[in-house]
Write a protein that binds this ligand. Structure first.
Ligand SMILES: *[C@@H]1O[C@H](CO)[C@@H](O)[C@H](O)[C@H]1NC(C)=O
Ligand SMILES: *[C@@H]1O[C@H](CO)[C@@H](O)[C@H](O)[C@H]1NC(C)=O
Ligand SMILES: *[C@@H]1O[C@H](CO)[C@@H](O)[C@H](O)[C@H]1NC(C)=O
Ligand SMILES: *[C@@H]1O[C@H](CO)[C@@H](O)[C@H](O)[C@H]1NC(C)=O
Ligand SMILES: *[C@@H]1O[C@H](CO)[C@@H](O)[C@H](O)[C@H]1NC(C)=O
Length: 239
């Protein structure tokens, strides 16, 4: 139907290129958080000690303000800790999104810092969080095993899994309670269930779903390009 298929391939390459850029940007956000503070962590910083002490697997290394776990199997690097103390931070909105493996966050000595409960959404493995002492631990003191005040700093240690502590049962039998942040619980579908009220069985076909969407987009775009082009030709003919 369309003579110039080259353009379609051009379009496909363009889509591929955009995907590539998006992935690169995601990786960049990771490294940005590690180099955002100009002063490197002190040698006696909790983060530096944590990174050295927890290095039983030999996979941890320090990159500026971050402690990074390089898991060989998945060939990805996960940030497990970050020291942003004395960094002049005013907000941390969106800073830790998608960083589910964080265990240590140091935010002390940021005199203008304001925090919101949802700044910590998705962080369910926190063992150590330090804040300037005018702030409260997210989720309140009841969401942490210990809360201490010392030298202008509040230290929130070990998130409590409220699902376990309060013995929470979800209304729907195909879902279970999951801690999704300090003091935040959600009823999520059990593996093998998805959809409204977790009533659908079988894993959500995410991969085939995206492939179908991509193919459809490409086909529709190709079709539009062809029809639009034909119109242009016709017009020039009658002219
Ligand atoms: C962790 O151990 C590895 C291998 O022994 C070493 O190369 C690395 O520097 C250590 N990381 C830290 C933060 O001490
Ligand atoms: C680093 O990753 C390994 C392998 O996934 C894991 O066993 C280990 O607990 C991780 N270390 C930290 C400090 O998160
Ligand atoms: C925060 O400031 C205090 C007082 O200046 C200092 O003792 C402490 O080491 C600082 N914390 C970090 C993690 O740099
Ligand atoms: C939480 O604990 C800290 C340290 O013990 C205390 O200073 C603070 O007032 C407590 N916050 C609340 C809301 O009880
Ligand atoms: C938790 O709740 C379930 C159902 O409501 C009950 O059968 C179980 O005994 C409870 N466990 C504890 C430790 O309270």
């Amino acid at each position: 139907m369309c003579q110039n298929m080259k353009k379609l391939y051009f379009f496909a390459s363009f889509v591929y290129f955009i995907c590539l850029i998006t992935t690169t940007i995601e990786t960049d956000t990771h490294s940005k958080i590690c180099s955002q503070c100009t002063t490197p962590p002190k040698v006696d910083s909790y983060l530096v000690q944590f990174c050295r002490k927890e290095n039983g697997t030999g996979l941890l290394h320090q990159d500026n303000s971050c402690c990074i776990n390089s898991t060989v199997s998945s060939q990805t690097s996960l940030i497990v800790g970050v020291d942003m103390s004395g960094c002049g931070l005013k907000t941390i909105s969106g800073l830790f999104s998608n960083m589910h493996d964080l265990k240590v966050i140091m935010l002390e000595n940021n005199t203008d810092l304001q925090i919101k409960q949802d700044d910590f959404n998705g962080l369910s493995k926190l063992l150590y969080l330090s804040l300037p002492d005018f702030l409260q631990c997210p989720g309140g003191n009841k969401s942490w095993n210990s809360v201490e005040k010392q030298n202008n700093t509040v230290i929130c240690e070990e998130e409590i899994n409220l699902c376990v502590k309060n013995n929470v049962t979800c209304q729907n039998s195909n879902s279970h309670c999951v801690l999704t942040g300090p003091g935040v619980m959600e009823c999520l579908c059990l593996p093998g269930y998805h959809g409204y009220k977790c009533l659908r069985q079988g894993t959500f076909p995410a991969v085939s779903y995206s492939i179908i969407i991509c193919v459809c987009t490409a086909v529709i775009s190709g079709f539009l390009w062809c029809t639009q082009r034909r119109k242009v030709k016709k017009k020039t003919h009658t002219y």
